[in-house]
Every structure is written in structure tokens, then in C-alpha cells.
Design a protein around this ligand. Structure first.
Ligand code: UD1
Ligand code: CA
Length: 455
């Protein structure tokens, strides 16, 4: 089977009230059009055609890395007109599948079923039953239940308006049939548009059977016209994802307060508390516990590590049995070896933290490499930036850094060294020694506190 897929995406999306073209608005951190493109690519299509109009420059720019044939529809004269613009690019012997850039949750399996209904003597049409069909094209059937045509809301009579089965817009048909029917479309209708839906009556006239099929889930065919619908689809998407995760053995303490904008894979017995956001590609090992309100982006976290509340982790690799947070911030390039501990109000960046090392409170560790079992006291800062360049700090195994130390990079601290609290260290430190920079403590016994002057 040769498959051409056409995605209609020329509409303005007025009701989004946005400068961004509608199809570039996100569901789960990915543009609606990307969702449709990804689904299309799962169908092994030979060519993907995207019809653009409003905001076409931005749409083309957003998808320039894909192998897509962009087709300009300068004026939006209707869905039929949009597909007409594609005709010259479709292969004579292919099947054409019509999708919509603002219907992002359509499933591959539904489309595969639809495609299986297409032959020289038949076409596939995806329909859905709606409680309130207002605005949609109605599926008109004869007394035997055979589809006769689609009547748009604005062209419908009373009897047709009562029909609850509506057109989703998604259909699949032999391209040679489109080549025959599309040139015959007229705009002699209530909206003065070329309706793609008029090909249904043409199919009936040509004895091509219209095989209807409903999607597995009705949300697959919901289109987004405004931000309320966008938010609804976002929740549906998150619900699907959270159910899948729970089936795989993940505990979500409240699936309604879970957001994944990307890929999340989890081992067994992972627990994720409320209001966490996962972005990009994340991997959690067995027994990982994520506390509430964490944001985690492109992280790998190994078995039995616990991330406490309100931590932010990005582009980081975490070993097993680590403790992180609450209120930790692991910035890009952080690597925690097994059993490392990062406590509250600690920020790391491009930092390798060795096995069993601890940075428990109020520190900044950047451009640094720490050995095993290092203890970094509260308030320790790697002074990695001289205002122009970044410099590296290297700390050996078993080093003890006293609280409130400033480690001025470039700097190497030998294994087993101890840094006295409050030191500013800017020269390399030998193994095992005590180093401190501290002005001697003075006591002035005769000193008196000033007293308040009274007038
Ligand atoms: C269309 C269908 C209707 C169906 C409904 C489902 C027609 C005539 N009607 O109606 O039967 O129930 O979708 O949502 O097909 N578009 C273009 N170029 C155009 C016109 C539209 O690219 O010239 C794109 C829009 O961006 C949009 C889609 O096609 O993504 C649907 O267009 P819209 O005007 O919303 O059609 P409806 O009136 O909703
Ligand atoms: Ca619409």
C-alpha cells in the first residue's frame, strides 16, 4: 500500500486569541501538529503533506527538520479546496489519508483500521456519536442505514440537525477517486466554501461504498478551537499516560496532579507524589520515590533514590540510593554517584559528586569533581567564575570542607584534607592536612556595649 497523508493546518484559529498559529500550541509540551506528524509517521506513510495558510512561515520553520511537503493554501476556501491544492503531489496509485493539525490525539490503531476499509470499491470515513452535535457535519443515512452524504450544520434541515452521528473530518480514500471528485466540488452552499464532505455523495453516486467506523475513544477526534478545549485535551492526554504508568506498577499519589511532557520510563515500585512535572526524556529505576512539587527534566535516576519535595533536576544522572532535597537544584551536567546526598538549598552544575559524598545544606558546587565520601559543610561555595572564565575545582576522596568555605577555582584539594570552617581557599591543598584561612579570634574584655542616648 502506498500512503499519502495530508494534514490540514491552514486555519487561523481565531478563538485561540494568539499570535502563535493554532497548530503550534502544545499538548503535553509538544505542538498539536507534532502529535499528528508523529502519529502519521507511525503509519509508514510514503509522503506527508501539510497544508499551511495562516502563520505558514512559523509552521514550516517548526517542522523544517522533518521530511514534509508543505503546500500553501493562500486563501482558506474550505476543506475541499485545501485538499485540491495537494492533488498534484499525490501519487496516482496511493491511498490518501486526511488528518487535521488541530485534532492531536488520534490514535495510530484507529487510523490503521480506517485504512483497512479502503479499496477500489470503498472508502473509509471516521464518524462519532455526539450528545451535542452542534457545528459538525451530520452523517445522513438512508432507511437501510447506508451513508448517503454529509450535510454541514449550516446547510442542514430540521431532520438532519437531529442526527447525532457526525463527521470527524478524518477519512481515507483511493487517490484516484479524489482526483476524479475534487475538481467537481462547488461552493454552492451556505458558507460559500468548497466542502471536502461533498465527496461522500459523489462516492455514493459512483457506487463506492462509504465504510464508516468510530474511534476507540471519542476524545481521539476532539479538535481544539480554543484554550478551554486545549486544556481538556491536555488532561485527557495526561490521564491516559498516568493510567499506563500505574498499570506498569508506578504509584501516582494523585493522577489528576501529574504532568509528563515527554517520555517517562519507570521501574517497579516507583512512587510519585503530587504536582510533579516531568519534561523531556526521564528514566526512573526501581523503588525511586519522587516527593511533591518536583520538576524533573532529562534525568536518569537509579534504583531506590529519593527526591524530596520541591526539587528541580535537569540534565542530570543520579546513581542509586541517593537522597536529594527538599529544595535541591541539580542543574545540567550534574552526576551523582551512588549514595550521594544533596540537601536543602544546594545548587549543583557540571558537578560530579562521588559515591557517598554529602552536600547537605546551602551550597553552590559548580564545575567541580568530588571524590568519594566527601563532606561539604553548609554554605560552601565553589567560586568557579572570575567574571570572564569558568574554572574547575577538584576535591579528593574523604575530604572534609568546613562550613562557609569559599573554594576559589581553579583549585585542587588532596584526598583526606580538612578545610577549616570559614576559609577562603585559593591555593591547592595537600592530602590529609588541615588548611584554614581564618583571622585569629580576639576577645576585648574591657569592651562595653553602647547605650541609648536620652535627651
Ligand atoms: C469540518 C467538516 C465537518 C466536520 C468538522 C469536524 C467540512 C466542510 N466540514 O467542519 O463535517 O464535522 O470539520 O471538526 O469539511 N482548513 C484548511 N483550509 C481551509 C479550511 C479548513 O486547512 O480552507 C482546516 C482547518 O485549519 C481545520 C480543518 O481544516 O483544521 C477543519 O476546518 P473547519 O473550518 O474548522 O471545518 P468545520 O467547519 O469545523
Ligand atoms: Ca472545526
Amino acid at each position: 500500500m502506498i500512503l499519502d497523508i495530508v494534514i490540514l493546518a491552514a486555519g487561523k484559529g481565531t478563538r485561540m486569541k494568539s499570535n502563535l498559529p493554532k497548530v503550534l500550541h502544545n499538548i503535553a509540551g509538544k505542538s498539536m501538529l507534532s502529535h499528528v506528524v508523529d502519529t502519521a509517521n507511525q503509519l509508514a506513510c510514503d509522503k506527508l503533506h501539510i497544508v499551511t495558510g495562516h502563520g505558514s512561515k512559523e509552521v514550516i520553520k517548526a517542522f523544517s527538520h522533518n521530511d514534509v511537503n508543505f503546500i500553501q493554501q493562500a486563501q482558506q476556501l474550505g476543506t475541499g479546496h485545501a485538499v485540491q491544492q495537494c492533488l498534484e503531489y499525490l501519487k496516482d496509485d496511493s491511498i490518501t489519508l486526511i488528518l487535521y493539525g488541530d485534532v492531536p490525539l488520534i490514535k495510530t490503531t484507529t487510523l490503521q483500521n480506517l485504512l483497512s476499509n479502503v479499496s477500489n470499491k470503498s472508502m473509509g470515513l471516521l464518524t462519532v456519536e455526539m450528545q451535542n452535535p452542534t457545528g459538525y457535519g451530520r452523517i445522513v443515512r438512508d432507511e437501510k442505514g447506508t451513508v448517503q452524504n454529509i450535510t454541514e450544520q449550516k446547510d442542514a434541515n430540521e431532520k438532519e440537525l437531529a442526527i447525532r452521528e457526525v463527521n470527524t473530518g478524518i477519512l481515507a480514500v483511493k487517490t484516484e477517486h479524489l482526483q476524479e471528485w475534487l475538481p467537481k466540488l462547488s461552493k454552492d452552499n451556505a458558507q460559500g466554501e468548497y466542502y471536502l464532505t461533498d465527496i461522500i455523495a459523489m462516492a455514493v453516486a459512483d457506487d463506492i461504498e462509504v465504510v464508516t467506523q468510530q474511534p476507540d475513544k471519542s476524545w481521539e477526534v476532539i479538535g481544539v478551537n480554543n484554550r478551554v478545549q486545549q486544556a481538556q485535551l491536555e488532561r485527557i492526554y495526561q490521564q491516559q499516560l498516568s493510567e499506563k504508568l500505574m498499570e506498569q506498577g508506578v504509584s501516582l499519589l494523585d493522577p489528576n496532579r501529574f504532568d509528563c511532557r515527554g517520555e517517562l520510563s519507570c521501574g517497579n515500585d516507583v512512587v510519585i507524589d503530587i504536582n510533579c512535572i516531568f519534561e523531556g526524556t526521564n528514566q526512573l529505576g526501581n523503588g525511586v520515590v519522587i516527593g511533591p512539587n518536583c520538576t524533573i527534566k532529562n534525568a536518569t535516576i537509579a534504583d531506590n533514590t529519593c527526591v524530596h519535595a520541591n526539587s528541580v533536576i535537569e540534565d542530570t544522572i543520579v546513581g542509586s540510593d541517593c537522597l536529594i532535597g527538599p529544595f535541591a537544584r541539580l542543574r545540567p551536567g550534574t552526576v551523582l554517584k551512588n549514595s550521594a546526598k544533596i540537601g536543602n538549598f544546594v545548587e549543583t552544575k557540571k558537578a560530579l559528586i562521588g559515591q557517598g559524598s554529602k552536600i547537605n545544606h546551602l551550597s553552590y558546587i559548580g564545575d567541580a569533581q568530588l571524590g568519594e565520601d566527601v563532606n561539604v559543610g553548609a554554605g560552601t561555595i565553589t567560586c568557579n567564575y572570575d567574571g570572564v572564565n569558568k574554572h574547575q575545582t577538584t576535591i579528593g576522596d574523604n575530604v572534609f570542607v568546613g562550613s562557609n568555605s569559599s573554594l576559589v577555582a581553579p583549585l585542587t584539594i588532596g584526598s583526606g584534607a580538612t578545610i577549616g570552617a570559614g576559609s577562603t581557599v585559593n591555593k591547592n591543598v595537600d592530602d590529609n592536612a588541615l588548611t584554614l584561612t581564618r583571622s585569629p579570634q580576639k576577645t576585648i574584655k574591657t569592651w562595653k556595649r553602647p547605650v541609648k542616648i536620652t535627651q
